[in-house]
Design a protein. Structure first.
Lengths: 476, 435
């Protein structure tokens, strides 16, 4: 039952103190005719209503969540505590700089840490999520070429395995998108790349490890090809968890990078945000970063605006409380824990993959080692017994495991993309391996059962087609 | 170094063996050797106890005020404790975007309620499940309106500066932004009409505007309707409890900053961009949208819908690139609106109005020049003979966070239900010395 069905006229949860001043009557022509139809509910019923909703949801705190490309690692509670300190939650964004030295120190020092981890010369924390980071970074690239290129650079090259946000962000930034095919090793096809780069290339957007969880071995050659053509190299940081502290995008030849603090740096995803998508760049792009930036002069911190900046991408300075959580995470792990996390994320993914490969087909490089995630293709299984990636995903729900990412990347048919992250124990992975093997057995003995899953969830296989064709988007 | 990975030495050995690897480094065999970092130049890991202490010390360097008379886009409202108690539940906080409907009905239902409440508050047909901020909501709305032959976005003179900057960033390369001239900051219908050529995509104004004045939005909407130009309103959600709704004013799209709905000041974020439109615009609206349907057994079910608009399906043909948005902030707004309810939200709005008008009148009586910019909601502007900076400094010495400095002698003030008569009397006493 929705909250609107529990409402009763006259019920109240919160009372607002009446101000002890005279009532002021605004000009009636500005006032609305009817009251907004909002719930009227008692506090206890409000609490039970949303507690009920919580029981119909699952997060990392509840279940194993190997959702590929999303890095659903544990969200440490100390980070939440840090972000609840009154000195951070109760300060106004327009207070004098002298009033908010602690907040500016957080922004400055976190930026310094991220510079070091990415191998970049400068960082802006402002973008509100990964996709907005992509967009902002593309605007930097545009501004750079406008000032430096002899030819108009109107094209962004994107591999066919890229995240959907890459081409969408490039389009929003006004670019034409050139898709480049993958080679037989699932990396960028260098010959194809050479064919499409030219004096109209603005940049190549690349995820490394790729969305197949494989390291792009030719990264230096790719960097040479793009840079020789006068283009820039963009790093999609969605998969940074495989390499943080081990390898740096800046050393691979990338000029600009976006990060997802809600993936790599353990800030909770909140059911779809708030995230945070800082961008880092090399010196040549620094002056175009969003305004304002925090600078340190002596022992004091100030905001600084650059006239060459691309401007702003949202109100104030971005999702500040999220910065605190990521910063606390980095301070806790430190220079030892950051690379160790990456290595164990890679170990966990390989352990899971190696143990599933006798039943399921994995997408492998020649070395057979994946990075922090891997992709299974259920194409053969679908052909042979009719059980799809979707069926297997729904069976996992009954085993109390959040399904992996389905049907992505698009270049693998019947894809299931697993990213276990480093915070899961061997025992948890063993349970997941057994679950996947049990599902394999059931799929072969009783495929119908798999088509009907899940059996233990609150609902089963909602009709998405009708939802889109005849949309019901609010309660009436 | 606190341990967020549960691996023992034995675990690592066994797992490596299962992968036929000798060391963790073996797993990186595909990486060119010269790329490995020797050691990061950042501090060593610390215990959680040390980290807490470090952050408490940084937090203590910030000044927290009991009395806040500053708004300008970030508003200090009362947040009922029940809001945080519910929004901090781990099932909401640690979940991903609800791609798996069977595992996320609670989250999907709460978004559906959010969309309904936003629609009811604005009297619009369709709401999305949030965007990043009020500023980016306005920018996304402008992008929605721009067409091949209509590329000009006209914005009212007094909109929030960050919103104007964000609209400019987003429309760069797609259209042109024209800021209306105005004498007292409010939209002047005659001068607006002169700007309305065939290439105008939309007009954007804020209600109340940046200076707190209430715009005659209905007059603008009525005129735009006769010209087939889209009308985008950026509204304060608390003011919407009492002011004419975007629907009543003839808006096609309504957006705004959702922070007043239960989100603390937090040095500017995370906040919430809300966005709603008329039925006819729905397939052009960016962002996640939740819809109601039925499941395989005929039960009510909620899903992410109209995904053909989105990046993960349409890639370069998508309407926007939004993936993560501000879901937990949308949940916060939902629970805040439910906790305040129909009457409570009006009480907040009316308290804001009453206190602001008491404050303005007291200042006037004390000889301070309160600029007349027509009816206002909870913000207004004063001009003092002394330097505005000195006024704010004097207030600060008494523990009051004064208004927002606009220029040498003008200050933008804001009152909410969080201040009372006593606080305002004290502030007036101090400000009057600078009249």
């Amino acid at each position: 039952m929705l909250i609107f069905e529990k409402t009763k006229q006259g019920r109240k949860c919160t009372e607002i103190k009446k101000p002890n001043v005279d009532k002021y009557n605004l000009d009636a022509s500005f006032l609305r005719e009817n009251d907004a139809n909002l719930p009227e509910i008692a506090e206890i019923d409000l609490v039970r209503h949303y507690s009920g909703y919580a029981s119909q949801a699952k997060g990392v705190d509840n279940v194993f969540y190997p959702l590929g490309s999303c890095t659903m690692k544990y969200n440490p509670k100390v980070n939440e505590e840090v972000a609840s300190l009154k000195g951070f939650t109760n300060i106004h964004p327009l207070q004098d700089e002298s009033d908010v030295q602690g907040a500016l120190e957080v922004m400055y020092t976190l930026s310094e840490r991220l510079k070091e981890i990415t191998g970049m010369d400068d960082v802006s924390l402002q973008p509100f999520a990964g996709a907005q980071g992509e967009y902002a970074a593309l605007k930097l690239i545009e501004a750079y070429h406008k000032e430096n290129s002899k030819t108009p650079r109107t094209k962004i090259i994107v591999p066919d395995s890229a995240h959907g946000t890459n081409p969408a962000s490039a389009r929003l930034a006004g670019y034409e998108i050139i898709n480049v095919k993958s080679n037989s090793d699932y990396g960028v096809d260098l010959d194809e790349l050479k064919k499409v780069v030219g004096d109209d290339t603005a940049a190549l957007m690349l995820t490394n490890p790729t969305t197949l969880g494989l390291f792009e071995k030719n990264i230096k050659k790719i960097s040479d090809i793009v840079h020789k053509a006068g283009g820039l190299l963009y790093y999609d940081g969605a998969n940074l968890n495989a390499i943080m502290g081990v390898i740096r995008p800046g050393d691979m030849g990338f000029d600009v990078v976006h990060l997802n603090l809600h993936k790599t740096f353990s800030t909770p995803h909140g059911g779809g945000g708030p995230g945070s998508g800082p961008i880092g760049c090399k010196e040549i792009l620094s002056k175009y970063l969003p305004n304002p930036k925090v600078v340190k002069v002596g022992n004091e911190y100030f905001f600084n605006c650059d006239p060459s900046s691309i401007g702003k991408v949202g109100s104030f300075y971005g999702n500040f409380l999220v910065y605190l959580k990521a910063f606390a995470y980095i301070e806790t792990l430190g220079k030892e824990g950051i690379p160790m996390s990456a290595k164990l994320a890679v170990l966990n993914a390989n352990y899971l993959k190696f143990n599933l490969e006798d039943k399921y087909k994995a997408i492998n490089s020649k070395s057979k080692y994946c990075m922090h995630e891997f992709v299974l293709s259920l194409e053969d299984m679908k052909k042979e017994i009719g059980v799809s990636a979707m069926d297997v995903a729904k069976c996992l729900i009954d085993k109390n495991i959040h399904p992996p990412t389905m049907y992505f990347p698009l270049i693998v048919s019947e894809a299931l993309m697993f990213e276990p992250t480093e915070t899961e124990s061997k025992e948890t992975l063993d349970v997941a391996i057994k679950a996947m093997k049990d599902i394999y057995e059931v799929a072969h003995s009783n495929p119908e059962y798999c088509h009907g899953a899940p059996y233990k969830a609150t609902i089963k296989r909602p009709d998405e087609t009708t939802a889109a064709r005849t949309p019901i988007l609010k309660h009436v | 170094m606190s341990i967020y990975f549960p691996h023992t030495k034995v675990d690592i050995e066994e797992m490596l063996k299962a992968c036929k690897a000798k060391s963790l480094e073996d797993l990186y065999v595909d990486v060119p050797k010269d790329l490995f970092v020797k050691e990061l130049n950042i501090p060593s890991g610390k215990t959680q106890q040390e980290v807490l202490r470090q952050f408490e010390e940084m937090s203590d360097k910030n000044v927290v005020y009991k009395t806040i008379l500053k708004g300008a886009g970030s508003y200090n409202h009362y947040i009922p404790p029940v809001v945080k108690a519910l929004t901090s539940k781990a099932e909401f906080v640690t979940a991903y975007t609800p791609y798996q409907a069977e595992m996320s009905q609670g989250i999907l239902k709460s978004f559906f309620e959010y969309q309904t409440m936003i629609c009811n508050l604005l009297e619009m047909d369709v709401s999305n499940a949030s965007v990043y901020s009020g500023a980016s909501a306005a920018a996304e709305a402008a992008i929605m309106c721009i067409e091949r032959k209509r590329t000009k976005v006209i914005v009212a003179n007094k909109i929030k500066p960050d919103t104007l900057k964000t609209i400019k960033t987003y429309t760069d390369g797609h259209g042109e932004v024209v800021v209306l001239e105005s004498e007292n900051g409010k939209v002047d219908i005659q001068s607006l009409e002169k700007e309305l050529a065939d290439d105008v995509a939309c007009v954007y104004l804020e209600q109340p505007n940046y200076f707190g004045s209430i715009e005659d939005a209905k007059a603008v909407g009525d005129m735009l309707a006769t010209k087939g130009i889209k009308f985008v309103m950026g509204v304060n959600p608390i003011a919407m409890a009492i002011l004419k709704s975007p629907r009543e004013c003839g808006a096609d799209i309504a957006v705004g900053e959702g922070q007043p709905l239960g989100m603390p000041l937090s040095f500017g974020g995370p906040y919430l961009g809300f966005m709603a439109c008329l039925e006819k615009e729905v397939r052009r609206m960016p962002g996640r949208i939740v819809g109601k349907t039925t499941d395989a057994e005929g039960k009510d079910a909620y899903v992410l819908t109209l995904q053909a608009r989105e990046q993960h399906i349409r890639r370069e043909r998508a309407l926007s690139n939004i993936c993560s948005n501000q879901a937990l902030c949308a949940l916060t707004a939902t629970i805040y609106l439910a906790a305040l309810g129909k009457e409570g939200l009006k009480d907040v709005a009316n308290a804001c109005v009453d206190l602001a008008h008491y404050f303005a009148k007291k200042l006037k009586d004390a000889g301070v020049n309160v600029l007349d910019k027509g009816e206002f909601f909870h913000e207004f502007v004063t001009s003092t003979k002394a330097r505005a900076r000195d006024v704010l400094k004097a207030l600060k010495e008494e523990g009051i966070l004064g208004g927002h400095l606009l220029n040498n002698d003008e200050i933008l003030w804001c009152t909410t239900e969080m201040v009372d008569k006593k606080d305002l009397d004290k502030a007036v006493e101090i400000i009057a010395k600078f009249a």
